[in-house]
Design a protein around this ligand. Structure first.
Ligand code: GLU
Length: 297
């Protein structure tokens, strides 16, 4: 049987903290226990927020934790052609349309709608797309695409009609203890952005393309991405991609109970290392047992 393939996929937009350590170590432990492979993927599509020094720090911090991953590391910024190709396939299926409102305009549209009734929000609390770009005529679309910035959105209603009911297999737990065969419920996200005029992908699209291209069989990541899996499952179905098994793990929270957003003195791996904390103590801090043995060396 082919070995199972795990991956840790950080974004180099800050230094790693205890939340990343839990995710990376859990992937490492599971790969080891399954005699599987561990990949590292650098999710750097947002060129404005990602920096080379953060990427270098990721390699250093993970090696310090005792992790070993396969080379070469996949960097998303080097694979825009693969994402563009997938976006073109979805466009050819009639499932993608451009919207032209700025973030400010979208916020104003939502505020106007909320004068009468609450406007729906996605699982991250972001209002669903309120605009009417789907109704713009073909000619006007072409004219405006040449002249204005735009976002490329998935026509969720059409995509769901085409894909039918979908589930994914969850071996961890969702925020309300969902496990087993979980209904995808991609409609919670509305017409999600899949790319922009100057970036031919979004997180959702890049992650499903990469997991498929890299042969990932097991996605192990934080519970904050639990419901995003519904969009991923939908894109896999539309693009005819294999479906990994998912395991979402608990998040590490700060003293106020919030999920860790950036590394601080109390939670940053570099800071903890400088204070003399050992990798074994990091395992303990994130609630993992001592390093398990390999099944077969
Ligand atoms: N790059 C994402 C993050 O740093 C993780 C993506 C994933 O594991 O699917 O939050």
């Amino acid at each position: 049987m082919a070995p199972r393939v795990f991956r840790f996929a950080p974004s180099p937009n800050g230094y790693l903290h205890l939340g990343h350590a839990l995710s990376a170590l859990l992937n490492g432990d599971m790969a080891r226990a399954a005699n599987g492979r561990l990949l590292l993927r650098i999710e750097d599509i947002d060129r404005t927020r990602c920096r080379p020094e953060y990427e270098t720090a990721i390699y250093e911090d993970l090696a310090w934790l005792g992790l070993a991953w396969e080379a070469p590391v996949r960097r998303q910024s080097e694979h825009f052609a693969a994402y563009r190709d997938a976006l073109e396939r979805l466009t050819a299926m009639g499932l993608v349309y451009p919207s032209f409102e700025s973030r400010g305009e979208i916020a104003r549209l939502v505020a106007a709608r909320e004068q009468t009734a609450a406007w729906p929000r996605d699982p991250d609390g972001v209002p669903l797309y309120p605009g009417t770009a789907k109704q713009i005529s073909h000619d006007e679309r072409r004219r405006r695409m040449a002249a204005e910035p735009y976002a490329l959105r998935l026509d969720m209603a059409k995509a769901l009609a085409r894909a039918g009911d979908l589930h994914w297999s969850e071996t961890g737990r969702g925020p309300s203890c969902e496990t087993g065969q979980v209904p995808a419920r991609a409609e919670q996200w509305g017409d999600v952005v899949l790319g922009r005029k100057d970036t031919p992908t979004s997180y959702h699209l890049a992650v499903v393309i990469d997991d498929a291209l890299q042969g990932v069989t097991d996605v192990v990541r934080g519970e904050d991405l639990f419901w995003a899996t519904g969009v991923h499952r939908l894109l896999q179905q539309l693009l005819d991609l294999p479906v990994p098994t998912y395991r979402h793990h608990r998040l590490i929270r700060d003293a106020e109970g919030r999920k860790l957003a950036k590394s601080t003195k109390a939670t940053g791996l570099r800071e903890l290392r400088a204070q003399g904390v050992t990798p074994a103590e990091i395992r303990k801090l994130v609630g993992l047992k001592l390093k398990p043995l390999r099944q077969r060396e």
